[in-house]
Each structure stands twice: as structure tokens, then as C-alpha cells.
Design a protein around this ligand. Structure first.
Ligand code: ATP
Ligand code: MN
Length: 452
């Protein structure tokens, strides 16, 4: 049985025989033995293997090993005299499983730029930085499920193929439609697309089962080639009945703090690497978020602050226009210098399902803005009043017939309810300090690019 290196380093059963398998990072030779640094991806640390000339394949194979070769090793775990590591393996057997031609293997010992590595999506997880991102991403995903399950939420698998374009704006990738002999064919009997949000379906389950969440891939055909947008990304979307905007804000803040604390407790080694090489001060930024209350401003307050700001913005600000990323970042970074929740946006710039506030000019919307990232989550209290919802749909020129099922939720046992969508990659960006979103998803899909 192979032991993952991470487990081995934790338990340290000194003197026992252990087996590990992984990839060679480096080989160093002395007169009659070699040091092999082996990494199996379970943690940042390598395990040092001492391979002596007693091994029967020492000259023929071990001494030929190069970076990237795969090996399977059996040996005795011993305390290590070397500094920076507690244990090492004295090999009784080194099986060379796979070669990696040093003439062509692209990941040599030196540090490669993240841009270069993007061209190598199939090999980049073998590097320290991208391996660490993968582990942190996995932990955060686990944390999402853990948080909601601890709080009694049910997970709902909302569909990937949908017929409701929840956000509008034609950002949906079409599926199942084709044209044959000039005639349109629809596989699903009508036009359908890849989901842009699981919210509307999550609402169905929330209004039957109570607190629910969905966490899955989301697709947007938006042609924005930025460092924060992907055509395929993952979104965490809780939906809570009998919950107003205030409760929504509280859950969002609790979730973010929980996830940061959990990842700091469980991925300390990886986060240290990011703090050192990717974003100086990352760790204190993260603990600052955990320890302090999020700021809150209404949209109207925010516009007021922005219009008095000394800073020159590319997009002018006035009441009634949507905040741009430059405004969001200015507020979170320079004005509040902490996570900021902006609420109560003008109704005209927000989707039909957001609850209309008294007076009718604004809706119970909320965006969560993080320093360095801008918007990480957007949500709202949903409109639970049938007539108000209908008139908002008419205004937005939405076909009411198509959404009869959604209106039924207001006809039969309606209840105030709230939820939000949190962009999972933006969260991974915030936690790792990665400037470009293409680094935090294994196989990024962006306009003009879909490797592997
Ligand atoms: P933005 O204004 O940043 O484009 P949005 O307002 O269109 O985002 P929402 O529809 O509110 O986004 O989606 C909820 C969350 O999903 C956002 O807060 C963001 O974290 C994330 N998100 C939205 N679009 C993308 C995308 N193209 N790539 C990655 N994450 C995204
Ligand atoms: Mn939004």
C-alpha cells in the first residue's frame, strides 16, 4: 500500500517500512549514493529518498533519473539529519515507472512564469504554485459543503441545461439547436442553453425544503477577456426561505469567514508559499477579513462617496448607473479597506426577481466587494409578491407564460426568501493571491481559448 507523503510527514512512523509513489523533482549524486526529491502532489513538501549503490538497478536506472520521471519506492523511514525536513526514506527498492526525456520535458528545475505554464495546462499542476492552487481549491470546495451541511442546508443539483435565462442579456451558450434544410431543430423541443445561474431552480427547492444551496459549473458567453472572467466558472448559490436581505448578508459574511479560517487551518504550507511568492501580506490580509466585521453601505451612499472622490474614474458615476469594477475596487480598497457589502441598488439596473423596496426606486440587492478582487458575490431578497413580480416582468419584457412555474411559487404558499451567488474562482483568487483567474481553475475556458 502506498502512503501519501502528506500523511507520512504527519505521522512519522520512524523505523517502519513505507511505500510512496510520485515524480522526481531533483536528483543529486554523491560517490556511492543519490538523493532523490520525490513529490506526489499530496503536499508542497517533497520526501527525500536515499538510494544507495547497493540497489540492483542503481547504475542502470536510479543514476539516470531526471526531473519528471515517475517512481515507486519502498524503504525504511528514518529521522533525517538534513535541515528543513524531519524524515527521509532509505530505499530498499526504487522502481522506475515512467521516463521523462530531459531533452523535451518542459518543466525543468527553474521557476517558470505563470503565463508560460498556462500553455501547459496538462503539466502545470506538477509545479509548486499550481499544485498548491489545486489543493487550496479542493479544500475550499470541501469547506463550502461542510459549512452548509453544518448549518442544515440541503444541496440541490440544479440543471446545467436550462431553458430560463435568469440574468438575461443574452449571455447564454445555446445547446441542442441546429438548422437542417433551413429548418430550425430543437433537441429539447424549444431553445435551451447552458445555465448562467442555478438560482431560479434553487428557489423551487428552497420553497419546498427550506435552506438549500447549489454549487456547480456556470457558463457565460460574455466576451470579456479580463483577469476575473471565465466562460465556464463555478458558483456557490444558497437560497433561504423566510429570510430577508439582512439574513442574507449575515450568511454570506459567515460563509466567507468560515472558508478563510478553514483554509488557513488546513492549507498553511500552501498559503505560506503564496504569501512569499505571489502576494506579500496575504496571510495578514486573510486573518484581517476573518477578524473584522464587513462594512456596509447602500448604493446611494456609495455613489455619494464616489462622486466626492478625488480620484479620476474612466466611467463617470451618477445615481442610476451600475458600478464598474474600478468603482468597486476603489470603495473596497481605498475607502473602506475591508470587505464591503453594497445594498439597495436602483431597480432599473437589476434583474426582475429582486424585491422592490418601499418607494419603488431601489431593490433589495447586495453585492459583496473584496479588496483586490471587486465583486465576489451578488445576491438579493427575491420578490415574493405575485403582482409586483408580474409588473417587473412586464417592464423587463419577459414572457410571463414561460415563467408560469416561477410565478406558481408566488401563487401557492409564497414566502420572503433570499440568496446570493458567490463566484468560486474569485474566492480562490482572493485566497491564493493569484492575479489572473486563469490560474485558479484547472482548465480555463475564455474567448478564443479552451486547452485540453
Ligand atoms: P461581474 O460584474 O463581475 O461581471 P456579475 O454581476 O455579472 O459579475 P453575477 O451575475 O452577480 O455576476 O454572478 C455572481 C458571481 O459570480 C459574481 O459576483 C462573480 O463572483 C461570479 N462571476 C460572474 N461572472 C463571472 C465570470 N464570467 N467568471 C467568473 N466568475 C464570475
Ligand atoms: Mn453581480
Amino acid at each position: 500500500m502506498k502512503t501519501r507523503i502528506q500523511i507520512l510527514l504527519k505521522d512519522k512512523p520512524i523505523g517502519s517500512t513505507v511505500s510512496v509513489a510520485g515524480w522526481i523533482r531533483t536528483r543529486r549524486d554523491t560517490g556511492d549514493f543519490s538523493f532523490l526529491e520525490v513529490n506526489d502532489g499530496s503536499c508542497l513538501a517533497n520526501i527525500q529518498v536515499i538510494a544507495s549503490q547497493e540497489l540492483k538497478n542503481y547504475t542502470s536506472e536510479v543514476r539516470q533519473l531526471t526531473t519528471g520521471c515517475s517512481v515507486s519506492i519502498r524503504g525504511e523511514l528514518k529521522e533525517s539529519p538534513a535541515k528543513g525536513q524531519d524524515v527521509e526514506i532509505h530505499a530498499a527498492e526504487v522502481v522506475v515507472v515512467g521516463q521523462a526525456d530531459p531533452e523535451t520535458y518542459p518543466l525543468q528545475k527553474k521557476r517558470h512564469s505563470l503565463e508560460f505554464l498556462r500553455e501547459l495546462c496538462h503539466l502545470r499542476p506538477r509545479t509548486n504554485a499550481l499544485g498548491a492552487v489545486a489543493r487550496v481549491r479542493s479544500r475550499l470546495s470541501y469547506g463550502v459543503h461542510q459549512f452548509f451541511h453544518e448549518k442544515g442546508f440541503l444541496q440541490v443539483h440544479t440543471p446545467i441545461i436550462t431553458t430560463s435565462d435568469c440574468e438575461g442579456a443574452g449571455e447564454m451558450f445555446q445547446v441542442g439547436s441546429s438548422s437542417e434544410n433551413g429548418k430550425e431543430q430543437h433537441f429539447f423541443g424549444r431553445s435551451a442553453g447552458l445555465t448562467v445561474s442555478g438560482q431560479l431552480q434553487a428557489e423551487v427547492y428552497a420553497l419546498s425544503l427550506g435552506d438549500v444551496y447549489t454549487f456547480g459549473p456556470t457558463f457565460r458567453a460574455e466576451n470579456s477577456n479580463t483577469s476575473r472572467h471565465l466562460a465556464e466558472f463555478w458558483m456557490v448559490e444558497p437560497e433561504m426561505p423566510f429570510c430577508d436581505l439582512k439574513g442574507n448578508m449575515q450568511i454570506a459574511e459567515m460563509l466567507l469567514k468560515y472558508l478563510l479560517e478553514d483554509v488557513m487551518n488546513n492549507c498553511a504550507e500552501d498559503l505560506n508559499l503564496f504569501d512569499k511568492f505571489i502576494e506579500k501580506g496575504l496571510l495578514s490580509k486573510l486573518s484581517g477579513v476573518v477578524d473584522n466585521k464587513f462594512a456596509h453601505a447602500t448604493y446611494t451612499d456609495a455613489v455619494d462617496i464616489l462622486s466626492k472622490a478625488e480620484k479620476m474614474f474612466e466611467f463617470p458615476v451618477e445615481w442610476g448607473v451600475d458600478l464598474q469594477s474600478e468603482h468597486e475596487r476603489y470603495l473596497a480598497e481605498e475607502v473602506f479597506n475591508c470587505p464591503l457589502i453594497v445594498t439597495d441598488y436602483p431597480a432599473v439596473i437589476k434583474p426582475f426577481y429582486m424585491r422592490v423596496n418601499d418607494g419603488g426606486k431601489t431593490v433589495a440587492a447586495m453585492d459583496i466587494l473584496l479588496p483586490g478582487i471587486g465583486e465576489i458575490a451578488g445576491g438579493s431578497q427575491r420578490e415574493e409578491r405575485l403582482e409586483v413580480l408580474k409588473s417587473r416582468m412586464v417592464e423587463a419584457q419577459i414572457d410571463i407564460e414561460e415563467y408560469n412555474w416561477y410565478l406558481d411559487l408566488r401563487r401557492y404558499g409564497t414566502a420572503p426568501h433570499s440568496g446570493f451567488g458567490l463566484g468560486f474562482e474569485r474566492l480562490v483568487q482572493f485566497v491564493t493571491g493569484m492575479k489572473n483567474i486563469r490560474e485558479v481553475i484547472p482548465f480555463p475556458r475564455t474567448p478564443g481559448s479552451a486547452p485540453c
